[in-house]
Ligand binder design. Sequence first.
Ligand SMILES: Cc1cc2nc3c(=O)[nH]c(=O)nc-3n(C[C@H](O)[C@H](O)[C@H](O)COP(=O)(O)OP(=O)(O)OC[C@H]3O[C@@H](n4cnc5c(N)ncnc54)[C@H](O)[C@@H]3O)c2cc1C
Length: 396
Amino acid sequence: MRVLVIGAGPAGMRCAERAAEAGLAVTFCGTEPALPYDRVSLGRVLSGEAEVQALISHDAARLRDLGIAFRPATRIAALDPAGRAVTARGETIAFDRAVIATGSEAVLLPLPGASLPGVYLYRSMADVLAMRRSAGSGTRVAVIGGGLLGLEAAAALSQRGARVTVVHAVGWPMERQLDPAAGALLARQLGAIRRLAFAMPARTEAIEGETHVRALRLADGKRIPCEMVVMAVGVRPSVALAREAGLEVGRGIVVDDAMRSSAPSVLAIGECAEHRGTVCGLVAPALAMAETAAATLRGEAAVYAPRPDPTALKVSGIDVWSAGEIGPADAEAITLSDAAAGRYRRLWLRAGRLVGAVLYGDTADAPFYLNLMTEGRDVAPMRGLLPFGPAFQDAA
Ligand SMILES: Cc1cc2nc3c(=O)[nH]c(=O)nc-3n(C[C@H](O)[C@H](O)[C@H](O)COP(=O)(O)OP(=O)(O)OC[C@H]3O[C@@H](n4cnc5c(N)ncnc54)[C@H](O)[C@@H]3O)c2cc1C
């Protein structure tokens, strides 16, 4: 069976590898010019801790050994699910099954000045190398967006010696993963150990400059002088190819539990896929979908089962972790706060089950809480000791 995997991100790579291991004839196309790399670790290249080579997960020899026909710099322009063929660079490639793994694109806010030189996105190796060329010691940088990626970019650029201000629309960073108290601790610590400044809550109205970025103008009239702007305001699933091919598309490409799209010859995985109304934004579910799709290609009955997605900020010296529902209105919260030690925990319970958790300052117990959530265990009997983690449960 000829399998065509479209998109050389982590999900595409995993699926191509598993399909090739099963003896299927795999062609693997990606838009980016490079070999497949570990996108999650791009911050290490941005900060200067690692070079490009360290992120390459599969070099040319490994792909050849697997029997994968890898085609970099190949954007699939059109897909014909019924005719089982795609076109790329004027050429037609035939397949028996196609797997769309086109991921997401970073959102560029349509602000005045957004197309000025000096404005960057943070998604690909090319973005990171371009930023590295421009940011040096003393460069003033404004990062729009205080989510996971914005903070990671800000910390990496500050490690290069840049003076970074994070502009965030909400009153505390990472508001999707943290409650206000944990967010405040995080902002304070990032200021102390990474010298990040924050403008929060603040909305950017325009990027000023004539031939190059010179400042951000905020809605309250304040100006933040800068030579560089990084937009980290979210991502959008890359679904144009699927939509034009007539596949069912909501926010992402709609798939069933086996990762099959609405066309029998096409599967979809990773951040471009929508499973039971949800589009994932993390690598673990993207890889789990890839495993499921590979099993489907092998003819096995496979089911993708979503799990609570834990998130952690990859900034050294900062221990923050969260999973599940953060601050749901219909749940009870239990808080453990030791401000002097910089330690904070908040857990959310609904009907005796743990449904969400934030850990700050000490994340060693993260697997314990994740297990409780995943298994849906009744935690009512251990409620009083729950914020203290597994050691206290054992002692009880
Ligand atoms: C800087 C950074 C740090 C991150 N850190 C974390 C983290 O710590 N933890 C975590 O869980 N997640 C993290 N993520 C998110 C994680 O990288 C994504 O969840 C993951 O990459 C999704 O994989 P994917 O294969 O679905 O999509 P992508 O990685 O987006 O890959 C899709 C690929 O398809 C290509 N493509 C698109 N259209 C076409 C086409 N028509 N033809 C051919 N190719 C095409 C794209 O160019 C791209 O290379 C991070 C992301 C970034 C950018």
